[in-house]
Design a binder for this molecule. Sequence first.
Ligand SMILES: [Zn+2]
Ligand SMILES: [Zn+2]
Length: 217
Amino acid sequence: MRIDLHIHTNRSKCSSMPVKDLIKIAARCGLDGIAITDHNTIKAWKEAKNLLRRLDSSLIFIRGEEISSKDGHILALGIQNVIKRNMSAEETIEKIHEQGGIAIFAHPFDYFRQHTTEEKLRGLEIDGIEVFNSRCILGYSNSKAKRLAAKMRVAQVAGSDAHFSGEVGNAYTIFKDAHSEADVIKAIKKCQTIPAGKNSPIFVHLETWLTKIKKRL
Ligand SMILES: [Zn+2]
Ligand SMILES: [Zn+2]
């Protein structure tokens, strides 16, 4: 099963992708599941769930959020309610676990975006590290994350970090046997994940920046 665990919709300030486009493209590019991980909001969940039900889609939907902690971006998967931004990484992870979710550190060593240090990451109770993010410009940031995840024996996951339709499915995590959100969470806890994917073209960063400006106007 191929599941893209890091996707934004137009509920994020820097994305213009409607939920309906995301679902259409995810099915078309052969994904078996998607996690919607908007920045500090879960507003797209309801629309996604309703649409998947209406379409009788077999796509696995994972409730996610990308939380801006003071120490970097943390993906929360399988949570129930929104988790607020600007807490320390420790506090953010604690809130995720309280809700029965799992915490994955996103693009930890991407020096062009919010990032952290190896020392900081080693002290955190994370369940996984994003070892491949399609938007990391330098291969070094992904390979460093992969090496650390192996050393820390936490799950290695991948996601496209798509903000636009052309990016969906550029990276995904492979699960041997996962048919629901609960299965995905369980597999990540057991480190039964295989990261895979390719880089997105560099112009997507410019597009993100322009979208942010347009939305502010
Ligand atoms: Zn991020
Ligand atoms: Zn993201």
